[in-house]
Design a binder for this molecule. Structure first.
Ligand SMILES: [Zn+2]
Length: 219
């Protein structure tokens, strides 16, 4: 998948319908902008010493080719591209980069916190300057259906590479459901775990719930 396909895999939360947000690498504070057919992810490039001027680091990724480049910005809005980056900024970046580990891109619902999907992990290969092919590595969702006087909650986590899903279910009261929604909390799933073949999230929430309901009945 290219970046565009990955971001469009799902644009809205399966559970509450809100628009999904994109997280690049970690939940570190970051700003996303779309410009010249590229996604620009900006984050602070912290200085090691106090009192030094603050700069921002930008990961700029082409939506269609997955080509990337690193850019630097200062607080006045000046922009340093690859030809004119001062040496001290490169050093700061190198320090940060060596501690970053593997990268991945997450699409997450900030509204209810009950749905997200994540890409495969990848290294930033500065020689090819390309992220490589992206895929949906795993997907997670909490869904509800009416059950007797309350609800049945399902927590489904599918790992596409392992071709495996884990599924929890729990009956909750109406009151519990309402508190949970107002606090954006997840139900306290602790047991009732089922490990099964990979259940895709491709269908509508109702169709997924129907499938999960059958699995629970026969487990
Ligand atoms: Zn949501």
């Amino acid at each position: 998948m290219n970046l565009r396909e990955f971001l469009n895999y799902r644009t809205h939360c399966l559970t509450c319908g809100s628009e999904l947000s994109t997280i690049f690498h970690s939940r570190k504070r970051q700003k996303h902008k779309s410009m010249n057919n590229r996604l620009l992810v900006q984050m602070d490039l912290k200085s090691l010493k106090k009192g030094q001027k603050q700069y921002k680091l930008g990961y700029s990724i082409d939506y269609d080719t997955n080509d990337f480049c690193i850019e630097f910005f200062d607080n006045e809005g000046s922009h340093y591209d690859s030809r004119g980056v001062p040496l001290f900024l490169l050093k700061r970046f190198k320090n940060l980069d060596k501690n970053q580990g593997k990268y991945h891109i997450i699409r997450d619902c900030h509204s209810c916190g009950k749905y997200w999907y994540s890409s495969n992990s990848f290294d930033l290969d500065y020689k090819s300057a390309n992220l490589g092919d992206l895929s949906v590595h795993d997907e997670f969702g909490v869904m509800f259906e009416n059950h007797n006087d309350g609800y049945r909650a399902y927590k489904l986590h599918t790992f596409y590479n392992k071709k495996e899903s884990t599924l929890y279910s729990l009956n909750i009261t109406k009151k519990h459901y309402e508190t949970m929604c107002s606090k954006n909390a997840a139900p306290p799933f602790s047991n009732n775990l089922i490990t099964t073949y990979a259940i895709p999230f491709k269908k509508s929430p109702n169709e997924i719930i129907e499938k999960l309901s059958t699995l629970i009945t026969f487990s």
